[in-house]
Design a protein around this ligand. Structure first.
Ligand SMILES: O=C(O)C1=N[C@H](C(=O)O)C[C@H](O)C1
Length: 286
């Protein structure tokens, strides 16, 4: 569980249906360019707006691409209660790991979060990655809670999207050696790698995927002279991509590049402004 895992967008055709061919091409493209794996049905893939058949298509396309490339397949699963999260996990026995968000909206407290993951990990057919994203879940976690989660059997890593906060830094310093901390906040990818993250799950890496992979490899080799300026350049790209809600800008850029048939998103998302998309296009490598 290391390197850059790309949480794929879900492309839509002009008639509103899922564009499976474009999804397969994107998957192949990022894996060819050096991504180590894919995340199917991550937040970036708008899973909240897909029906059961569409989710299955996304999974099948991503599983096939990962099998062809010998890459890692992570599946986004889970919700705001434990029983439905366990049912979602049971449906993904083929994945290498499941990315499970801290239960959102209900704010169960830290003891509830620990009990949630302990139950899921005990029953899950696949290893779990904790997805800590407090700006979406409204559930902060202390460093002690993250360390407790990192020691649960069958919890193999965490995607940390809480910025360079004390919880992230403590986890990087004190988690078990075989626990994979992955950066989940694109703007903090380079600093997280510098502090020991194994890689990242970053939507920005749909673009310039080879450079994101190079950033991971440079920090892992201790080549700060290469990593620092590259990290700053990619951070400028990520900041521009997240100027409006993800994945609206990213879809606008991929469409402008001719890689997906439309820039469409499903409600309640609305397309990004042309100006924001144009700002990213000026930064994207040829
Ligand atoms: O889908 C994901 O996984 C990601 N989602 C984040 C978000 O939209 O908050 C961003 C990150 O790049 C990956």
């Amino acid at each position: 569980m290391e390197g850059i895992l790309v949480p794929l967008i879900t492309p839509f055709a002009a008639d509103g249906s899922l564009a499976a061919d474009a999804l397969a091409a994107l998957a192949d493209d990022v894996l060819t360019q050096g991504a180590s794996g894919l995340v199917a049905l991550g937040t970036t893939g708008e899973p909240f707006a897909l029906d059961a058949d569409e989710k299955q298509t996304v999974l099948d396309v991503c599983a096939q691409a990962c099998a062809e490339h010998g890459a890692t397949l992570v599946v986004g699963a889970g919700g705001s209660d434990t029983a439905s999260s366990a049912a979602a996990l049971a449906a993904h026995p083929r994945a290498d790991a499941a990315l499970v968000p801290v239960p959102y909206y209900v704010r169960p407290g830290e003891a509830g979060v620990i009990a949630h993951y302990a139950r899921l990990a005990a029953d899950s057919p696949v290893p779990l990655l904790v997805y800590h994203v407090p700006h979406r879940t409204a559930q902060p976690l202390s460093p002690a809670t993250l360390l407790t989660l990192s020691r649960l059997p069958n919890v193999v890593g965490a995607k940390i999207a809480s910025g360079m906060t004390e919880d992230a830094i403590t986890l990087l310093g004190d988690c078990p050696e075989n626990f994979a901390v992955l950066a989940g906040d694109d703007a903090y990818l380079s600093p997280m790698l510098a502090l020991g993250a194994r890689g990242g799950i970053t939507a920005s890496a749909h673009l310039c995927t080879d450079q994101f992979a190079q950033l991971v490899s440079a920090w892992h080799k201790g080549d700060a002279a290469t990593a620092r300026p590259l990290g700053h350049a990619l951070n400028r790209l990520s900041t521009a991509l997240f100027a409006e809600p993800n994945p609206t800008v990213l879809k606008g850029v991929l469409h402008a590049q001719g890689r997906i048939p439309t820039p469409d998103v499903r409600l309640p998302m609305v397309p990004a402004s042309a100006r924001t998309v144009a700002a990213v296009l000026t930064l994207v490598c040829p």
